[in-house]
Structures are given as structure tokens and as C-alpha cells.
Design a protein around this ligand. Structure first.
Ligand code: SF4
Length: 342
């Protein structure tokens, strides 16, 4: 498979030079030949991450943005999420070399074209599984997933639950607009029962998914909900989620301005209140569970945060010597295992 087919367009020959992931003995690719160089390097020898790299923190908004301006509808809540995510990466001063964003399919996933960050645009419903694999291959990376409610709670629901049960150290940001926006307005897993949509003109017949409740029962160790209309608050939630050791979910109310005329900015502003203004202790599962059933008023903030969380990769002694991506496979001898089946 050609590697440059897998890279997000924003990374292939666009913008200024990206930080290198090659060893210091290899030349750094220029923007014009970066994809070709990466492909050749894959054919020629293993890609080795520098043992002692010079870190390149995201230092400006320019360093995060691709040459493409978003194609989202004017007024879309995705703009608020996008801004909050960029704020978080800048304020955390994260090394560019250590951040990977995996995108799902949907309007939210189109952010793959607008961020100048190492990224991977996954198949529908498969963003989480790709993120888990990237983290397993190199647990030194900070892996963030940007996906929609349909992608995550519909097509990808099993991956969502599995990643939480394993406490895989990834940050999942879900654009929850309660409709399938990219395909022009069908019922999504989070659509309120009875809501008329393009696919259910007489009202959605099923009860909606309760994302926070599912996360609590699947033992997610950091669970939060934000609102794209409060960018400062959402930025702080995303920063906490990224810094958490283990699986972190930020479900985000993100109005779809075009296809959801019910869950609008006005709808959320009338109902939202802030958990942190209530002296809410985010380490009590039962209290958090009760909050997930509030629908007349909508709490946002951190529902649950396990300070004793141990991420999946820290339970594997095989990784004590370093990331799998850096380990040599030349000393592995499969003969004994294969002989057992011969
Ligand atoms: Fe945003 Fe909805 Fe337009 Fe998609 S269809 S870009 S979610 S407003």
C-alpha cells in the first residue's frame, strides 16, 4: 500500500516543512518530496524515531493550519470545536512530533484537511480502532480521535466500548450534533426519540444513545461533555482529556446549523449548566450516572475522572523497553511456536 494514500492531504506537499520523524542520519524531507521520501524510506529501511529529537512545540495558529479553509456551513458548531482543539494543542505546548489525530467520516472528519498535524483519515466507524493501533505501535505518541456521533455511537459503537474497557490511552472528541450531517440530515444514534428527520419524517422511533452513561458502564476513566458554543470551557475540557492517562471522552454538543433545527445554539444555551459550579465531585460514579439522565437541564463539564487510572500500555511488560515501533524484530524467533503446529 502506498503510504501517501493514507496521509491526510494537508500533510502531502502542503504548507511549510513538517517536523521530521526520521532518524537524524536520514535527510529531512522537503514539502515537495515529503510523500515520495516517506514511501522510499518505507521501502528501504525501517522508519526510526529519533532517540533524542529536538522537540517542536506548536507555537502558533499558523503552525496548525493547512492551506485549506473549512468547507463547513456558516454557523456550524464544528468551527467552535476546531478552535478549541487548536487552543488546547497550543496551550499544552505539545511537541508536533508526538501528536497524531485520527479522523472519522463525517463533517467533523473533514477537519483532516484543515489541520496541519500528523493524521490519518479512517473508514467510517473505524477511527477508534486505528487510534488504538497507532498507540500500541508507539505509545509515546499522543493520539486524538476526531469523530461524529454517528461514526462513534453507530458504526463504531463496538470499538468505542472496547477502547474504554481496555483503558487505551487515546482522547476521543465526539462532535455530537444529533443528526447525520454529511449525508444531509438522517436520524443518528443520539437523535431524540420522536424528532422528525429526513430518514424518519414521522419521528425517530428509537430511544437515543446515552454516551456518558455508556462510557460510565464501560469503565472509561475520563468522561466529559462540552459545548462548541463555549470555546473557552471546551478548550479546558480538551486539555484535561489530553493530559489524562488512559481513555478520555469529550462528548461535545455541536449544533448542525443546516440539518438540525431543534438542537440549536439557542436550545443548548437555554438548558446548559456547568458541573464545576455545583461543587460536583468528578470521582463518584453513581453521582455521575444520575447526571446522565438529566434532559431538561443539560450538565456540561467533567462527569468522571479516575485519578488512579492505569492506561493499557502500562500493563504490558513488553513495552518496558520502549515503543514497539522502535524495537527490532530481527531477534524474534518464531520457530518454537510454529513447531508446535507443524
Ligand atoms: Fe456543520 Fe451540519 Fe453543515 Fe455538516 S451539515 S458542516 S454538521 S452545519
Amino acid at each position: 500500500m502506498i503510504l501517501n494514500h493514507l496521509l491526510t492531504p494537508a500533510l502531502i506537499g502542503k504548507g511549510q516543512s513538517m517536523p521530521t520523524i526520521f532518524s537524524s542520519t536520514q535527510h529531512a524531507p522537503t514539502p515537495s518530496d515529503s510523500a515520495k521520501t516517506i514511501t522510499q524510506a518505507m521501502d528501504r529501511s525501517p522508519v526510526v524515531i529519533d532517540i533524542n529529537p529536538e522537540k517542536h512545540a506548536f507555537i502558533s495558529r499558523d503552525s496548525l493550519e493547512s492551506p485549506y479553509f473549512p468547507t463547513w456551513c456558516p454557523g456550524c458548531g464544528n468551527f467552535g470545536v476546531w478552535t478549541a482543539l487548536k487552543n488546547a494543542l497550543l496551550e499544552l505546548q505539545m511537541p508536533e512530533e508526538e501528536v497524531v489525530i485520527v479522523y472519522g467520516v463525517g463533517c467533523s472528519g473533514n477537519m483532516a484537511d484543515f489541520n496541519r498535524v500528523y493524521g490519518f483519515h479512517a473508514l467510517h466507524g473505524r477511527a477508534i480502532s486505528n487510534a488504538v493501533a497507532i498507540k500500541a505501535a508507539n505509545h509515546k505518541l499522543k493520539v486524538i480521535v476526531v469523530a461524529g456521533d454517528g461514526d462513534t455511537y453507530g458504526e463504531g459503537l463496538n470499538h468505542f466500548i472496547s477502547a474504554m474497557r481496555g483503558n487505551h490511552d487515546i482522547t476521543l472528541l465526539v462532535h455530537d450534533n444529533q443528526v447525520y450531517g454529511l449525508t444531509t440530515g438522517q436520524t443518528a444514534p443520539t437523535t431524540t426519540k420522536g424528532t422528525p428527520t429526513k430518514s424518519t419524517p414521522f419521528g425517530a422511533p428509537e430511544a437515543p444513545i446515552n454516551p456518558i452513561g455508556i462510557a460510565l458502564t464501560a469503565d472509561a476513566t475520563f468522561i466529559a461533555r462540552g459545548f462548541s458554543g463555549n470555546i473557552r470551557h471546551l478548550t479546558e475540557l480538551i486539555k484535561q482529556a489530553i493530559q489524562h492517562q488512559g481513555f478520555s471522552l469529550v462528548d461535545m454538543f455541536q449544533p448542525c446549523f443546516t440539518f438540525n433545527k431543534i438542537n440549536t445554539y439557542h436550545y443548548f444555551k437555554e438548558r446548559i449548566y456547568y458541573l464545576d459550579e455545583q461543587s460536583f465531585g468528578a470521582n463518584h460514579k453513581v453521582a455521575a450516572w444520575e447526571k446522565t439522565f438529566e434532559y431538561d437541564k443539560l450538565p456540561i463539564g467533567v462527569f468522571y475522572n479516575d485519578p488512579h487510572s492505569v492506561p493499557f500500555h502500562k500493563t504490558l511488560s513488553q513495552l518496558d523497553v520502549g515503543p514497539l515501533a522502535k524495537q527490532s524484530i530481527s531477534t524474534i524467533n518464531m520457530d518454537a511456536a510454529l513447531a508446535h503446529y507443524s
